[in-house]
Design a protein around this ligand. Structure first.
Ligand code: PHE
Ligand code: ZN
Ligand code: ZN
Ligand code: ZN
Ligand code: CA
Length: 292
């Protein structure tokens, strides 16, 4: 799989920061900052040949939008999706949560185009609205699918908070190998987990499982039996001393001290974590979609 340019991912984050700053400080559902974020991502994808579609929905008296981008080609009976929520909370610009995932998925999609990748499976990318209001956009998307469209989706890769300043390296626990938490994901989630783990093993970075506890946009996908996976670098949870031994950083401190706060700016990003996780997106896509 190709390397994902950290420079380019960070340029997308700078754009999202500037959009928030120019629109009252956030990119929340129903705000001008959200719509401008959507238009930014869409323009990038349109310019390189994606087939894009804006999917509007209503929540809390405001219009929200998902952005769906299809890469032409591949077997449309076997779809691999990758996605990230694009909205922030109202408290701040949401650069780690979730500019990081949105920018990482965007740069992976742009790299697909740049490298002329011809995957065996059909590739589709999604940027979700109103995640912060309860996974509203991703649920709307999954509910909008016909039964045939649903069964065609063979995997969904989710990226929400992949540049936490005091990062952990968490992979969604598709097989429930630790035997604790919410149980395994739908059949196929274990394979996704192994593919992502193999990327981190290859760069010598230890990972730990994180449960499908329903806190991000994979939720509506696994609810209808679509295999899912992805990575996460931690939110308000406190890094333990064992985790600090494993990954470095500060024990007794939150993975992201600026979680859902006004300080979740471009300064709230761990470049190393963002770089590794963005590269893992490409590894997962190229491995799971096949072709070359
Ligand atoms: N979805 C949460 C949010 O946007 C963050 C989170 C992501 C929590 C992944 C757990 C796992 O605030
Ligand atoms: Zn959040
Ligand atoms: Zn989030
Ligand atoms: Zn596992
Ligand atoms: Ca588990």
């Amino acid at each position: 799989a190709p390397d994902i340019s950290l420079t380019n991912v960070k340029a997308h984050l700078a754009q999202l920061q500037s959009i928030a700053s120019g629109n009252g400080g956030n990119r929340a559902h129903g705000s001008a900052g959200y719509r401008a974020s959507l238009d930014y991502v869409k323009a990038q994808l349109d310019a390189v040949g994606y087939q894009t579609r804006i999917q509007p929905f209503t929540y809390g008296g405001a219009t929200g939008y998902n952005l769906i981008a299809d890469w032409p080609g591949g077997d449309t009976g076997e779809v691999l999706m990758a996605g990230a929520h694009l909205d922030s909370v109202t408290a701040g610009p949401g650069i780690n949560d979730n500019g990081s995932g949105a920018a990482g998925v965007l740069e992976a999609a742009l790299t697909v185009a740049r490298t002329g990748y011809r995957p065996s499976r059909h590739l589709r990318f999604g940027w979700w609205g109103a995640e912060e209001r309860g996974l509203v956009g991703s649920r709307y998307y999954v509910n909008s699918l016909t039964a045939a469209e649903r069964t065609a989706i063979k995997g969904y890769l989710n990226y929400d908070m992949i540049g936490s300043p005091n990062a952990g390296y968490f992979v969604y626990d598709g097989d429930n190998s630790d035997g604790v938490g919410s149980g395994p994901g739908p059949a196929g989630s274990a394979e996704i987990e192994r593919v992502i783990q193999s990327y981190f093993a290859g760069i010598g970075v230890a990972t730990r499982g994180t449960d499908f506890d329903g806190r991000s946009d994979y939720g509506p996908f696994i609810q209808v039996g679509i295999p899912a996976g992805g990575t996460f670098t931690g939110a308000e949870g406190i890094k333990t001393s064992a985790q600090a031994q494993l990954w470095g950083g500060q024990a007794g401190v939150a993975f992201d001290r600026c979680y859902h706060r006004s300080c979740d700016t471009t300064g709230n990003i761990n470049d190393t974590a963002l770089d590794r996780n963005a590269d893992s997106i490409a590894h997962a896509i190229w491995t799971l979609a096949g072709g070359s």
